[in-house]
Ligand binder design. Structure first.
Ligand code: ATP
Length: 340
C-alpha cells in the first residue's frame, strides 16, 4: 500500500484527522532561482494526538508547518491537499484564513519575538489574542480568560504578570506566555516549531510536560517540529521523520523509536544521546543535500551506512511496513519482501 492509498475519513467528518497533508509540494525562490523545498509530503495528525515532525535542520519541517497555515513567504508555489479540522486550507478566502489562524490552528514559534510585541504588556496582547478568536468576548471576560490561561501555563502570580512587558520576563516564562497567547484562542490545533530549542534542559522538560498536559486535559491536537528525537520521545504519539523535503518514515512514536524502519531514522537515533545503546554517539557523517540538488534515488543514500546500488537510482515510495507504520527505505522493504 502506498501513502496515497491510505483510507482517510472524508474531510469535515468528526473522525477526519485534525491535519492532513497529501502530496504537498512547495517551491520557493532561493539565491539560485526557484527551488523545491517540499517534494510531495503526505502525513496526518489524528485528532487529540501529539505528532512530532523530526529531521535534521533543512529537512523541511518548518516549511511543512508554515504551508499548513498558509504562512509561507509571498511568491511560494504550493500544490497538493492541505486540510485542517475538515477545512480545505488552500481554498480559504483572506477573511476565512484570518479566522482560521485566529481560532482553529495556532502556531508557536521558537522565537518569542515573532509573536509578541516588545512594547505592549503581556496582558493586552493576551486579551487581543482571545478577542480575535472570539469576537463576542467582552474585554473583562477576555482579561479573566487571559489570567486563567497564564495560571494554566504555570506563570506565578498571573494577575500581576498581565502588566509586565515581554522583555521583563525570563526565556522559559516567555515561552509559556507564547503558549498562553495561543491557548486563549482555544484552538483545536497547536503547531509548535522547535518550541524549546532555545531553552535550558529543565525548562525544556517543563514546557513539553505542559504541552502533554494540555493535550491530555483539553484534547488539543499538537504538531511539534524538532530536530532532537530525545525531546519528543516522552510525549509524542506518532513520529513523522523528514529528510530533504520528503517524509521517509511515519508511525507510532514508541514503535519507530524502538525499531526504526528507515536507515535515516536509525542513524538519527545513533546520534541521539538518550537513544544510542553504545557508549559513543555516532553523528551522521556528511550533510543533507542542498534544496537545489536533485538526486534521482533516496536522498539519504550518499550518507547511508546500508545503501545499496539501487538506492541511488530509484526513489522508494512510502510503503506500509507494520500496522500504521510506513517507511521509504529500499533495504528495509526488500528485507520485508524476503521474509514474506
Ligand atoms: N524563504 C526561503 N527561500 C528559499 N529557501 C528557503 C526559504 N526558507 C527555507 N528555505 C530552505 O528550505 C529548506 C527547508 O527549510 P526548513 O526551515 O523548512 O527546514 P527545517 O527542517 O525546519 O530546518 P530548521 O530546523 O533549521 O528550521 C532549507 O534548505 C532552507 O534553506
Amino acid at each position: 500500500m502506498t501513502a496515497t492509498e491510505i483510507d482517510s475519513p472524508p474531510a469535515g467528518t468528526a473522525s477526519a484527522p485534525a491535519l492532513r497533508l497529501e502530496d504537498v509540494r512547495v517551491e520557493l525562490s532561493g539565491s539560485s532561482g526557484r527551488v523545491q523545498i517540499l517534494r510531495g509530503v503526505s502525513f496526518e495528525v489524528p485528532r487529540g494526538q501529539i505528532v512530532a515532525l523530526a529531521g535534521e535542520s533543512g529537512s523541511g519541517k518548518s516549511t511543512a508547518m508554515l504551508a499548513a497555515v498558509r504562512l509561507l513567504p509571498w511568491g511560494a508555489g504550493v500544490s497538493g491537499t492541505i486540510e485542517c479540522q475538515g477545512e480545505d486550507v488552500r481554498a480559504l478566502s483572506s477573511r476565512q484564513l484570518r479566522q482560521f489562524r485566529a481560532r482553529t490552528a495556532r502556531v508557536i514559534f521558537q522565537d518569542p519575538w515573532s509573536s509578541l510585541h516588545p512594547m505592549r504588556s503581556v496582558g493586552s496582547q493576551l486579551v487581543e489574542s482571545a478577542r480575535s478568536a472570539d469576537g463576542s468576548l467582552s474585554k473583562a471576560a477576555a482579561r479573566e480568560l487571559a489570567v486563567e490561561t497564564l495560571r494554566r501555563v504555570g506563570i506565578p502570580d498571573p494577575k500581576a504578570r498581565m502588566d509586565v512587558y515581554p522583555h521583563q520576563i525570563s526565556g522559559g516564562q516567555l515561552q509559556r506566555v507564547m503558549i498562553a497567547m495561543a491557548l486563549v484562542a482555544r484552538p483545536a490545533v497547536l503547531l509548535c516549531d522547535e518550541p524549546t530549542t532555545a531553552l535550558d534542559v529543565t525548562t525544556q522538560a517543563q514546557i513539553l510536560d505542559l504541552l502533554r498536559d494540555l493535550n491530555r486535559s483539553e484534547g488539543i491536537t499538537v504538531l511539534i517540529a524538532t530536530h532532537d528525537l530525545d525531546v519528543i520521545a516522552g510525549i509524542a504519539d506518532r513520529l513523522v521523520v523528514m529528510y530533504a523535503g520528503r517524509v521517509v518514515e511515519d508511525g507510532p512514536a514508541q514503535q519507530v523509536l524502538a525499531a526504526p524502519k528507515h536507515l535515516y531514522t536509525w542513524s538519527l537515533l545513533q546520534a541521539a544521546p538518550a537513544h544510542q545503546h553504545e557508549s559513543r554517539l555516532r553523528p551522521i557523517e556528511g550533510r543533507p543535500p542542498r534544496s537545489d540538488e536533485n538526486l534521482p534515488g533516496c536522498a539519504f543514500a550518499p550518507r547511508c551506512p546500508g545503501a545499496r546500488d539501487e538506492c541511488t537510482g530509484e526513489l522508494p515510495g512510502l510503503e506500509l511496513v507494520a500496522v500504521g507504520h510506513r517507511s521509504a527505505c529500499l533495504p528495509v522493504q526488500q528485507q520485508k519482501e524476503a521474509q514474506q
